[in-house]
Design a protein around this ligand. Structure first.
Ligand code: UD1
Length: 415
């Protein structure tokens, strides 16, 4: 079990290049199965979740391999509609196999998906919306078996703008004759990226980025070469890392528009931020003020940056209030920050954080991906040495995290 050893107290400074977005790449990897031709995902991040998805693809006969930094996928050998539990348990995005296998082969059998334990994370909306389009679904003994022989186009209304359910429906209906409409869909930038990718393969999808998506069924898709959008959550994490250490960093390959809620929060908080196309420059003093955050679906404040902002709040002057509206259990990391001297009280989905003068290094454990990143940020600013266990959680979503931090002057190493 690898750990990070961090000696705190260094200001971050320099330049960092952001990788392509994990949450864009995973549905794209599934979408690549919709054609038998070759798909090349340019600059694909080499993260644990991508390798877990590669395992799933290979398990059902699909070729998937890195060629340098690009991921090549070719599904002409696809030979099964059954995704085994042994590979699906690693990753919630295994649920996308439902959509693509139904679109391509009209049948799918997948186990309930795994992933970060940050809430109940049911897939009832995926199931209900597919059923409403005529897919016959049996749920039994931890697995879901689906038959789309009678799937028809139609209008689906999501009770909540679920990112995964929106993407699964887009994937499932690309070949369905007629027009499928998803109402109250998610508007995240990764949804727009999936639309662009599918349209690049010959699909007819419109409306992504608004609350209504239309999919006009086409007969076939072809191969493509596609570069996914930059990872707004990785960029946000480096911005917050700069703020917590009182640093000065230039962040390359980022779309500032996609993290405007974070930029707005920090501009109001003694940080100087300037934007230049796909570059963000941030300079931060050490006299940070407390703040209030409510996480919400895009364009609201991203739940995936909540933990990192909680870490920042622990060393801000005054009392911050952070409310998590998307997931039920996304404060597991807080008890680890408390071990470092943070003053955090939890009231259901709300955390009240009183800023302290210092955090202190100790041994802590990453409970999940973003919670783990928040603990690393705590370690960067803590006095003394912090050991973060559970590095694998962090490596699920950050490409070369410690090397990027090291290049910015952090004292961090894997042991
Ligand atoms: C995606 C992101 C994740 C991010 C989340 C919210 C990927 C690979 N992961 O996760 O990083 O934190 O969006 O921005 O893109 N829900 C249900 N029933 C369902 C589906 C969802 O109750 O059928 C609930 C979930 O439990 C959660 C909320 O809806 O409380 C949001 O989930 P959703 O938007 O689906 O997130 P994911 O797609 O799992």
């Amino acid at each position: 079990m690898e750990k990070y050893q961090i000696k705190g107290g260094r200001r971050l400074s320099g330049k960092v290049e952001i990788s392509c977005a994990k949450n864009a790449v995973l549905p794209l990897m599934a979408g690549a199965l919709l054609t038998n031709e070759e798909v090349l995902i340019k600059n694909c991040p080499k993260i644990v979740d991508v390798y877990s998805m590669i395992k799933i693809l290979r398990c059902i006969g699909v070729d998937a391999e890195f060629i340098g930094n690009d991921l090549r996928i070719c599904a002409d050998g696809l030979n099964s509609e059954v995704v085994p539990f042994s590979v699906a348990k690693e990753l919630r995005s295994s649920v996308f196999m439902l959509g693509v296998l139904l679109a391509k082969n009209k049948r799918a059998e997948i186990p309930y998906p795994g992933g970060c334990e940050i809430g109940l994370r049911p897939i009832d909306m995926h199931v209900a919306s597919l059923k409403s389009l005529g897919v016959v679904i049996e749920e039994d003994g931890g697995k879901i078996t689906c038959d789309a022989s009678n799937m028809k186009s139609g209008v689906v209304y999501l009770d909540f703008p679920s990112v995964g359910a929106t993407e699964n429906l887009m994937l499932a209906s690309v070949f369905t004759k007629g027009e499928t409409i998803i109402k109250n869909c998610a508007k995240e930038p990764e949804i727009v990226d999936l639309m662009n990718f599918l349209n690049g393969m010959g699909a007819k999808v419109s409306g992504a980025g608004t609350d209504t998506i239309k999919i006009d069924g086409v007969k076939r898709l072809h191969g493509t070469i596609y570069k996914p959008i930059p990872d707004r959550i990785e960029a946000g994490t480096f911005i917050i890392a700069t703020a917590i250490t009182g640093g000065e960093v230039e962040i390359f390959n980022v779309n500032p528009e996609n993290i405007s809620s974070l930029i707005h929060k920090l501009c109001n908080n003694t940080c100087k931020i300037s934007l230049n196309n796909d570059i963000i420059y941030i300079k931060c003093g050490k006299s940070r003020k407390s703040f209030t955050i409510d996480t919400n679906p895009y364009p609201g404040f991203p739940t995936d940056l909540q933990a990192q902002m909680t870490a920042l709040a622990t060393v801000c002057k005054g009392t911050s209030v952070i409310t998590e509206n998307v997931f039920e259990m996304r404060f597991k990391f807080a008890k680890e920050l408390i071990k470092m001297g943070a003053d955090i009280k939890l009231y259901g989905r709300t955390a009240i954080i009183k800023g302290v003068r210092k955090l202190f290094g100790t041994t802590i454990t990453a409970p999940d991906l973003r919670g783990g990143a928040a603990l690393v940020l705590g370690g960067l600013v803590a006095e003394g040495t912090t050991i973060v266990n559970g590095v694998r959680h962090i490596e699920r979503g950050y490409d070369g995290f410690e090397n990027k931090l090291l290049a910015l002057g952090a004292d961090i190493k894997k042991i």
